[in-house]
Design a protein around this ligand. Structure first.
Ligand SMILES: N[C@@H](CCC(=O)N[C@@H](CS)C(=O)NCC(=O)O)C(=O)O
Length: 221
């Protein structure tokens, strides 16, 4: 049995996994779980992942949830040809792990905190939360001094970071203070196979949803 991925195209964590699968040229059976329709609550899916989150990967019976853990597993198991993606060297790996903990625990959280209320409640963005998001994007600007977020080579940390940053950009967020981040998004879009098919449509869908919600909030204000 090959790889199976439960996924939905606008989801940021799903997109980072799909981009890495594509980069590694792995065949995967993608099963759509449309969270907008609540399909993650289907009993069959809950049986597989009681936490009912996507992405969920199954590899030969092994079920793996949590997008960054999936990226680490895929690189550990399948990136033999490209040792730079997730090097075994503890010092190099520590920088990659640091960046992935940052994107999971800080950048992604601040992105959701700043923009989700606009989508869900049709309220204007809270400027304090937007400032916290900008602070986090500013940290990424500094991480990029050697070209990628964990140094001078493409690593799995770039798959998660680029997926989030491209979504922030798709929301129409002002990126003019972050020139390194802006060109990094373009660089990743050019380097990561399948970006235009597997990532950008989801970022655009999510971005258009945000922009329509913002317009609604502005009209009501
Ligand atoms: N920390 C998890 C978060 C995954 C997550 O929250 N995914 C959303 C879609 S973007 C989801 O599955 N939502 C449905 C639910 O939680 O019921 C990861 O990175 O994999």
């Amino acid at each position: 049995m090959g790889l199976e991925l439960y996924s939905f195209y606008p989801s940021v964590p799903c997109r980072m996994v799909r981009l890495l699968l594509e980069h590694l040229e792995l065949d995967v059976d993608v099963k759509t779980v449309d969270t907008l329709k609540g399909e993650q609550m289907n009993p069959d899916f809950i049986q597989i992942n009681p936490q009912h989150t996507i992405p969920t990967l199954i590899d030969d019976g092994l079920i793996i949830t949590e997008s960054r853990a999936i990226l680490m597993y895929l690189a550990n198991k399948y990136a033999k040809e490209d040792e730079n993606l997730y090097p075994a060297d503890p010092e190099k790996r520590a920088v990659i792990d640091m960046r992935m903990c940052f994107d999971l625990g800080t950048l992604y959280v601040r992105f959701i905190d700043a923009f989700w209320p606009v989508i869900l409640q049709k309220v204007l963005p809270d400027p304090v939360k937007v400032a916290k998001l900008d602070e986090a994007i500013g940290y990424v600007e500094a991480f990029l001094k050697d070209g990628f977020v964990a140094g001078s080579e493409l690593t799995i940390a770039d798959f998660s970071m680029a997926a989030i940053l491209s979504n922030i950009k798709a929301f129409g967020h002002d990126m003019s203070n972050f020139p390194e981040v802006s060109s990094y998004i373009e660089k990743c879009a050019g380097m990561m196979k399948g970006w235009d098919e597997l990532s950008q449509p989801g970022a655009d869908m999510f971005g258009n949803w945000y922009k329509a919600s913002l317009a609604e909030a502005e009209a009501a204000a």
